[in-house]
Design a protein around this ligand. Sequence first.
Ligand SMILES: *Cc1c(COP(=O)(O)O)cnc(C)c1O
Length: 394
Amino acid sequence: MRNAAVPAVMPNYNRLDVIFERGRGCALWDADGRRYLDFGAGIAVTGLGHCHPHVTRALTDQAQTLWHTSNLYRIGELERLSDRLVANTFAETVLLTNSGAEAVEGCIKLARRHFWAKGEPQRHRIVTFEGAFHGRTMATVSAAGGKKLVEGFAPLLEGFDIVPWGDHEALEAATTDETCAILVEPIQGEGGIRVLPPQCLRGLRELCDERGILLMLDEVQTGVGRTGTLFVHEQAGIVPDVMAVAKGIGNGFPVGCMLATAHAASGLTAGTHGSTYAGNPLASAVANAVLDVMLEPGFLDRVQIAGERLRGGLLGLIERHPDVLEGVRGHGLMLGLKLKGTAAAFTKSALAQGLLVIPAAEEVVRLLPPLIVSDAEIDEGLATIDQIAREAAP
Ligand SMILES: *Cc1c(COP(=O)(O)O)cnc(C)c1O
């Protein structure tokens, strides 16, 4: 029933006032036919751009063949997807989910169950980091612990020890004989593109090996080619025991997955965890189509080249507008532009100029263009940022 006091769409988001009607590649168009250059990719989701022909064909072909059967039966596309993820990562086994939060939730359950099955149920605590974002379920907000995520939702899920980013002593102290895992984003996305330096990621790997606990990476935002390698941890030369993936793997179709070693996943036996939709023929066919494109030789090299071009351009703009722009951080096409003003104001100016960027914490806007972005589109985005900075200059 209509209630004038509340919109029919529950207002749990502060939405910008624009409705996009269609998209192609790196461009979106609104109802008036105005074109926008998309440097947000739906928050690092549409890595192959809007309506990528190969992915669209896979989706529509599968939609005419078979959508859903349930996980009571074998699923061919799911088996093919899992085989390919295993062939191209550290993982030996894969569990599909419908979202990033569900993938992280799976990691949390896997870690507890791993030690329970080993007869060490007291090892159930997970070390996490301040400023993290792992999703919006009760377990994943409890894991991240930020005030905006948890306020009003108590009682939270017990068992997370949240340490300050970069505080080695706190990390050591929090890792006790009750710890089962460390859960971390190699680059904090929502937290403002805060990069965990490769030596710190290697340090976490060593700490987990020493203590016999699981290293669990949340690569929901960093993964699937975003940083110029299939997953960002590859650049540090380490492998995790468990990893959460989503966003880019579906290019906009809701699908995620949890990747793990056989050892880490040993507790998740038949009947212990699951989801009705996860990995259904439609979702798996789309993810397979994404991998078809991304695993083509040269695709990830091009992401690195594009990332360098964008970063180089941004560095030039920072030099030119030191009163407005402060710095750039991140890897590949996951870049954070640190501002001397608010991310919200910058995002609004960008929208007005036909450029989509994504605000993050700490006066940072994220530039997450589709991985297929051309040199001309990068230069167009840079020219718009130049214009915004010129107008914002004091
Ligand atoms: C987006 C995100 C999630 C949550 O994914 P949803 O699909 O929104 O549930 C978890 N972790 C990270 C690092 C993310 O960026």
